[in-house]
Design a protein around this ligand. Sequence first.
Ligand SMILES: Cc1ncc(COP(=O)(O)O)c(C=O)c1O
Length: 405
Amino acid sequence: MLDIQKIRQDFPILGEVVNGKPLVYFDNAATTQKPLPVLNALARYYEHYNANIHRGIHSLAEKATSAFEASRFKIQSFMNAARVEEIIFTYGTTDGINLVAQSYGRKFLKEGDEIIISTMEHHSNIVPWQMLCEEKGCVLRVIPINDAGELLMDEFEGMLSEKTKLVSVVHVSNALGTINPVAEIIEKAHAVGAKVLIDGAQASSHITIDVQALDCDFYVFSLHKLYGPTGMGVLYGKKEVLDAMPPYRGGGEMIKEVTFAKTTYNDLPYKFEAGTPNIADVVAAHNALEYVETLGKEQIAAYEHELLVYGTEALSSIEGLRLVGTAKEKVSVISFVMEGIHPEDIGVILDQQGIAVRTGHHCTQPLMQRLGIVGTSRASFAVYNTKEEIDKLVVGLERVKKMLS
Ligand SMILES: Cc1ncc(COP(=O)(O)O)c(C=O)c1O
């Protein structure tokens, strides 16, 4: 059993007062708050061993380098990657997807090849593929969903052919909370010889990730949704696939030797890490993962599921409120609309009560178009949220109704 009150004390920001009310933070799918071990690691890095990595021989540079590389080992074990060089540091999920589209896509895809994504993708798993399709003449195909927000797997199977070269789907939908059957998707895509990228931006904080068991070719996520710092993410790729890919950005660190006639590139993972990386945030990511491991990923998931069940029941009892996204397999994300009330107005009135939710299209405009709505209000729960906070949300929503309907 997790001691939630004790956990809350690890997150100083939860003591903030917003608009005269204690903060209720339900915008965790956008970014989670950071615990003290992460905040302290950032301060410790800048106060005691800030230095540029890899190229220095002085003590500070060595200390910074070893902390930076220790984080890579931590992430390798967090995802159960076979090799540490399969872990590429990026600036986030968006950056990782663009890297694959621009490097793998430009080298290996050609006119007429097909890329499959799904209706519930975040814009960052749509636009990079559209850009590639425009450049190379590839065709983007989209797996449809049912009204509950679940992928139509029969339709997906029907789309697969020898033309399919890449499948890129979200593990967990940020707008609906749906958990997609990614293992099955990967197996079916591999059967026609396609490579598979999984967008794990939302999954990484709720689900145990095992890239070897999944057998995906690429897996991307952002640490800021996993109690870690912003501006730091991970691209996992199978070594043989990454080895075959050209560099994405040129500059320092990604080279072995440069002459004006020719440059030879560095080995993995450095081939994809041009320039000075986000050292402090990579270092502190280690502490975020340690924090999650100390609490226990399964215990976190079980508690969040309890919040999901409680919140779903509580919000369903509000007349005029309709849940959007009712998949059988869900994480702790509740999206909803209220009859005759614009989602933005809901967000503003809840904010006046200190309650932070996200409103709008959640960077999933095509999904909103499919569902026939402009947007939703979304409450997304993390390990430090409580049932009492959900009760406050219900009171807040009743107030919204009174004020606006
Ligand atoms: C499913 C999904 N994919 C991609 C992203 C983009 O992540 P980032 O902004 O950290 O690059 C998000 C962020 O909300 C997301 O929820």
